[in-house]
Design a protein around this ligand. Structure first.
Ligand code: GUN
Ligand code: FE
Length: 423
């Protein structure tokens, strides 16, 4: 049993913060057993870790990111999605047949997630079995939670990134045998890259694997208009892009995350609602690749689950706090164009980043009884030069703060030390 004392802030509900000044959280075996204004008599005498005047908030969840694009962070943002993939992304991902290169980059990637306070990540790796395993082992070594996808792709891409159906099945099954354990902190997720990269046969086996092993699925959906038109040509029988996944059992038959959904509307939106397909909103990437402004308010109105993704290297940074700000700003630009969709509020985007996105990893993202204790201790002393109230302190940290203000990081009850960059 551990007890932590600090100013506690989190979102149980979408529209409001819970604020407990000088509150206590009791944690047992990685899980929260209680959150208190005053320490109850039953816990009197237990040792308390007192963080004093600091803020204690849930840790961040990044539900869409490409680990092997880390070297391209902050460069190559002069093209839209399809030529961007061909010219910059596929050549970089091809390098991950080299596990020494993969280790150097992946260590830095895991380190920088840690730095930014992201304790749970749904990541795409590459088609390569060995470097995907390596990435999973680096998360395990760090003690940080992850759903890792060995990417599946076999068409419209360089030969070096093309696998056979047999390889796709064998390599996925080997990873599943090794990592798909109940309650595992790091586990596989079935990852067809997107419809243009996957033949019907490959989509079929991906759906079969997800079903056979009851595994979640992640992919991309309705990000860019040229992409959507291409999918319609490739899968002419499908009613919409989402339907192209649905026909292969890849759209909500098991927990499913689709990144972007910038242009999702009509039947596709209704299917996502009915099948509770989760949306990874990636506003930084949507700006950089000139993809558009995703209608997050509409997703919320429909009751579609939403979380946030950095989507590096379409996105140009790993910080989910910055992503929150861009998500609010995206919703405000949309609101300027269409006043019928109110913009997102701070508690709403905090809830999306924590409790809503955290659903992908179990009971993660809130400070309620039974939730896993994933938390950050924020030392905002230098931002709090004039006695701001606690909500304004959190808001200033989100808008002005960075990794320098994150003093401790916890995942599943354990304090996570800085991961090593080089071996
Ligand atoms: N669609 C298919 N692959 C990708 C990718 O790597 N990044 C983004 N943003 N969209 C994709
Ligand atoms: Fe992506």
């Amino acid at each position: 049993m551990q007890i932590y004392k600090a100013h506690i802030l989190f979102t149980r509900e979408r529209t409001q913060f819970e604020v407990i000044p000088n509150g206590y959280i009791a944690v047992d075996d990685g899980k929260i057993t209680g959150v208190y204004n005053q320490l109850p008599a039953s816990l009197a005498g237990q040792p308390v870790t007192d963080f004093g005047d600091k803020l204690l908030i849930p840790a961040m969840n990044d539900i869409h990111v490409h680990a092997p694009q880390y070297r391209n962070l902050g460069i190559a943002m002069d093209l839209e999605l399809l030529p961007w993939l061909d010219n910059y992304t596929f050549p970089e991902e091809s390098k991950y047949s080299d596990t020494a290169y993969a280790e150097r980059m992946y260590r830095r990637f895991v380190h920088d997630l840690w730095l930014n306070g992201t304790m749970r990540t749904a990541a795409f790796a590459t088609i390569h079995f060995d470097s995907t395993r390596l990435l999973m082992d680096l998360f395990k070594e760090a003690g940080m939670g992850a759903r890792i996808g060995k990417v599946d792709m076999n068409r419209n891409c360089p030969k070096a990134l093309t696998e056979t159906i047999e390889e796709a099945v064998a390599n996925n099954e080997a990873l599943i045998a090794e990592y798909a354990k109940p309650n595992a902190l790091v586990s596989p997720i079935i990852t067809p890259r997107f419809v243009p990269s996957c033949s019907p046969e490959l989509l079929t086996v991906c759906g079969e694997l997800a079903h056979k092993y009851n595994l979640p699925v992640q992919s991309h959906l309705s990000e860019n208009r040229n992409e959507i038109a291409w999918v319609q040509q490739l899968e002419p029988e499908s009613h919409h892009y989402g339907d192209a996944y649905n026909r292969y059992g890849l759209f909500g038959d098991t927990p499913t995350v689709m990144a972007h959904c910038v242009w999702t509307d009509g039947e596709e939106l209704a299917m996502m609602r009915d099948k509770q397909v989760m949306i990874a909103h990636c506003p930084s990437s949507n700006f950089n690749l000139a993809s558009g402004l995703a209608p997050v308010r509409r997703f919320l109105n429909e009751g579609i689950p939403v979380g946030l993704g950095s989507d590096i290297s379409g996105g140009n940074h790993l910080s989910i706090f910055r992503t929150m700000v861009y998500a609010i700003q995206t919703s405000k630009i949309r609101y300027c164009q269409d006043k019928s969709l109110p913009f997102l509020t701070l508690p709403e985007i905090f809830w999306i980043a924590t409790k809503s996105g955290g659903r992908l990893f179990g009971k993660v993202g809130s400070f309620e009884q039974g939730y896993e204790f994933d938390a950050l201790v924020i030392n905002d002393h230098e931002l709090n030069h004039d006695n701001y109230n606690l909500l304004h302190r959190l808001e200033r940290f989100i808008y002005l703060g960075d990794d320098r203000h994150i003093e401790h990081r916890f995942c599943r009850g354990r304090e996570i030390a800085e991961p090593k960059i080089t071996k």
